[in-house]
Ligand binder design. Structure first.
Ligand code: HEC
Length: 139
């Protein structure tokens, strides 16, 4: 009986970890944000590209394939923004959340993410420009 309970708890814990590790786990204050309407606007994308080259390419790679010159030695690998299926599964609000809070929130923190939080350095508008640009990398 003890064994059954042990496995039951283990199973629930693993299931819980899997569920919180998906895109729907984003906090309410981000989930309810309405993205700017003009995310496809060329000037927004161009501004996002400049920010990306300056702040993100070092890890995420110039093409967004996750192969920048700085790579984490431990923990989560840099994600691939050119992976179309993966990117299509991610909401705009999810990308905005991740850029804003980086790896300092769970479950990414516990997994050793080195993704910085950009909300302290970049305005909301700039972080949306980055979302707009990142969206173009898988097209
Ligand atoms: C020091 C390296 C580093 C820098 C610089 C960096 N990132 Fe990241 N980023 C990561 C790593 C590692 C991950 C994967 C781990 C995670 O999801 O937290 C990640 C994850 C992300 C994700 C989540 C993607 C997904 O599919 O879940 C987004 C969005 C993102 N980064 C955008 C950016 C943007 C935009 C910038 C620049 C403003 C940036 N990153 C700068 C390392 C970095």
């Amino acid at each position: 009986m003890k064994r059954v309970i042990f496995w039951l708890i283990t199973f629930t814990a693993i299931l819980g970890a899997c569920l919180t590790n998906n895109a729907n786990a984003l906090p309410k204050e981000y989930a309810t944000i309405v993205p700017p309407e003009n995310l496809n606007a060329p000037e927004l994308i161009a501004a996002g590209r400049d920010l990306y080259v300056a702040d993100c390419a070092v890890c995420h790679g110039a093409t967004g394939n996750g192969q920048g010159t700085t790579q984490p030695r431990f923990g989560l690998k840099v994600v691939d923004f050119t992976d179309r299926a993966r990117m299509q599964s991610l909401a705009e609000q999810y990308l905005f959340w991740r850029i804003s809070e980086g790896g300092r929130v769970e479950p990414f923190r516990a997994q050793g993410s080195i993704m910085p939080a950009w909300k302290f350095q970049l305005s909301d508008a700039q972080r949306w420009q980055l979302v707009a640009f990142i969206r173009t990398l898988a097209r």
